[in-house]
Ligand binder design. Structure first.
Ligand code: ADP
Length: 483
């Protein structure tokens, strides 16, 4: 464990309307590496969410009336504070989520990069001028903030998933009521501490931890003062929110489950493909929505790839996220372990072979050995369900067409990856994959400068890039007549 340089970042209260408040009860937050209870966090209710929505609604007019440049300055200050406090924010993140400290620090800087990017974009919310359809008319098209945004975020990136939503929303003049995952509320609350210090006005950014996920979510969806829901999490919960939001026609940004294919063609640079597969599969211990879930390898390089990938897995160092040299942490909870085990058992029962790993680690708790299985087919659960853990399944294929059809045989469409040295194939396959993002000869696709988001049941909307503000803006036509 590391000491916090600034213990005031370790806050357990909720931040509503610029005030730190406490509910009637608390709930425990555990360190998944040790099982220790690291904090008792205040438990907010659906009524508290309603109160926060009122505050965000009241604050939205003044916030939207600020110039983009003024909002930009505040967000830039927040970015600076995040970078200054990156070590502490990483420590809090590792405590509640388990990922290795260096990786947690990487997440903080990644989250901060969205704040920086949208601080810049705040000044660039441009409109349009359309010529009149009649001689006396001109149409001026302006973009305006949608209003109050409800944000619901998951535990796998407790800082970055919220930063990625908060940054564009606040940049364009929206206000936000955020509910972080009950497993990892501390990182979100720490972000509110820094937002307050950066000068974000009262009511503009509210963070409410709480156990009642469905009640709090239902309030965000039902409340007519909320214009939009932005959610990162499972497709299952995304569907619930869409259904609930339909009643009040909520605008939606949904970053949902993935089931990323990772294809290695015969003509690939195999060492590069192994390196990319390690990053795409084992980052965050397989617990990211863009993690490679199914690895398709062409027959000619299948054995060589399997051997090299197995060696790379064997070199991973599993352990407590604060321990020196550890690059792979625990899974978030027992249910996550059970899912990995279930996918392995299903595959093995249907004929797959464990190359390395395959069992819980003798470190106990939720530590699981990084696992490679081969001889996997499209009939196994791993081919259609997101494992969200350290399991790399290898499927052999023969032709490009076969690889593409395997890859697209999924209801999800978030990320896809492939390795080839054939330029024509790179274009063909890049265009053919039914995903929102494609890594071509790379296992890392995510940056604040590019649009992040999926197709099919992986969701809607894009986070980051020059497109990222659009999700938080309405387009208005000011039609001038009588000129
Ligand atoms: P994950 O598999 O990443 O945990 P979930 O969709 O279960 O994905 O959780 C993502 C976020 O959604 C978490 O903050 C969780 O508490 C919240 N959540 C879970 N169920 C609901 C619900 N019915 N309504 C609103 N939020 C929910």
């Amino acid at each position: 464990m590391r000491e916090l340089k600034d213990p005031s970042l370790f806050e357990t209260r909720a931040y509503v309307n610029g005030v730190w408040i406490e509910g009637k009860a608390t709930f425990p937050v555990e360190n998944p590496s040790t099982g220790d209870i690291i904090a008792h966090v205040t438990d907010m209710s659906a009524e508290d969410v309603s109160m926060a929505i009122d505050a965000a609604y009241a604050a939205k007019r003044a916030w939207a009336a600020k110039t983009g440049k003024e909002r930009s300055a505040i967000l830039r200050k927040l970015f600076d504070l995040m970078v200054e406090n990156a070590d502490d924010l990483a420590t809090i993140l590792t405590m509640e989520m388990g990922k290795p400290w260096a990786e947690a620090r990487g997440e903080i800087l990644y989250g901060a990069s969205y704040i920086e990017w949208f601080a810049e974009e705040a000044k660039r919310v441009y409109g349009d001028l359309i010529p009149g359809a009649q001689a006396d008319k001109r149409m001026v098209i302006i973009k305006q903030p949608v209003g109050v945004v409800g944000a619901i975020t998951p535990w796998n990136f407790p800082n970055a998933m919220l930063a990625r939503k908060m940054a564009p929303a606040l940049a364009v003049g929206c206000t936000m009521v955020a509910r972080p995952s009950e497993f990892t509320p501390l990182s979100a609350i720490a972000l509110a501490v820094l937002a307050e210090r950066a000068g974000v006005p009262a009511g503009v950014f509210n963070v409410l931890p709480g156990l009642d996920a469905s009640g709090m979510g239902a309030e965000l969806c039902a409340n007519t003062k909320v214009a939009k829901i932005t959610f990162t999490g499972s497709t299952r919960v995304g569907k619930i929110l869409m259904r609930q939001g339909a009643e009040t026609i909520k605008k939606l940004s949904m970053e949902l489950g993935g089931n990323a294919p990772f294809i290695v063609f015969d003509d690939a640079d195999i060492d590069a493909a192994v390196e990319g597969a390690m990053l795409a599969k084992f980052r965050n211990n397989g617990q990211t929505c863009v993690c490679a879930n199914r690895i398709y390898v062409q027959a000619g390089v299948y054995d060589a790839f399997a051997e090299k990938l197995s060696a790379a897995l064997g070199a991973l160092s599993l352990g407590d996220g604060f321990a020196e040299g550890v690059n792979t942490g625990p899974l978030i909870n027992a249910a996550a372990v059970a899912k990995v085990e279930d996918h392995i058992a299903d595959a093995v029962a249907k004929g797959a072979e464990v190359v390395i790993g395959g069992t819980r680690s003798n470190l106990g708790r939720t530590f699981f050995e990084p696992t490679l299985i081969k001889g996997v087919t499209q009939q196994m659960k791993v081919a259609t369900e997101e494992t969200f853990g350290p399991l790399a399944p290898l499927v052999k294929f023969d032709t490009e067409d076969e690889a593409v059809s395997f890859a697209n045989a999924s209801e999800f469409g978030l990320a896809g990856y492939f390795y080839t040295r054939d330029l024509n194939r790179a274009w063909r396959v890049g265009e053919a994959l039914e995903t929102g993002m494609v890594g071509i000869n790379t296992g890392v696709i995510s940056t604040e400068m590019a649009p992040f988001g999926g197709v099919k049941q992986s969701g809607m909307g894009r986070e980051g890039s020059k497109y990222g503000c659009d999700d938080y803006l309405e387009i208005k036509n000011l039609c001038f007549g009588g000129l």
